[in-house]
Design a binder for this molecule. Sequence first.
Ligand SMILES: Cc1cc2nc3c(=O)[nH]c(=O)nc-3n(C[C@H](O)[C@H](O)[C@H](O)COP(=O)(O)O)c2cc1C
Length: 176
Amino acid sequence: MTTLLGISGSLRKASTNTKLIRYAAEVFAPDAFVEANIDFQLYNGDVESEEGIPQAVQALSDQIAAADAVIISTPEYNKAISGALKNALDWVSRTEGNPWKDKPLAIMSATAGRAGGERTQFSLRLAMMAFRPRILQGPEVLVAASSEAFNDDGKLKGDMYVKLMKELMGDLKALT
Ligand SMILES: Cc1cc2nc3c(=O)[nH]c(=O)nc-3n(C[C@H](O)[C@H](O)[C@H](O)COP(=O)(O)O)c2cc1C
């Protein structure tokens, strides 16, 4: 029984990063695919000391710990990862233990820009370093002009993207 957890760094209903993790999950074909909710309040040390870890944050931490592999797709906001994603990573880092340790992890990005989020992927790698997951070094799935990159049925257009995604998910599976 393989469980794959997908984290989209965009909160938007029509998010192309959410489409990308769904497509990645289709390619990976796990027994169970879980989509994370990262719509958390902003991290505030006072909230943590007065109220403890929010339930939704603990739920995500538990989902990461329980998953056989994780995929994260991040948008590029001013050349870096979204605030929502960084906030979620910060909150999870405050939970007991480190659910990321040795976790097989693949990252990807979907952006409006032409570079497909090269810089945001780099910033995500830096953000993840502290948690020591087993993060794949490539191939890089960088989906440019993402509003036009998917068919109506959620399939990624373009042979190159499809090939890279197959390779990335194949490597993630091998690591699991
Ligand atoms: C605050 C903000 C900053 C952005 N900065 C960039 C950027 O640096 N590079 C880029 O390619 N797109 C940038 N964009 C456009 C996003 O790539 C685009 O909104 C993308 O579709 C977001 O992903 P989503 O479809 O999953 O929501 C920015 C968008 C916002 C809202």
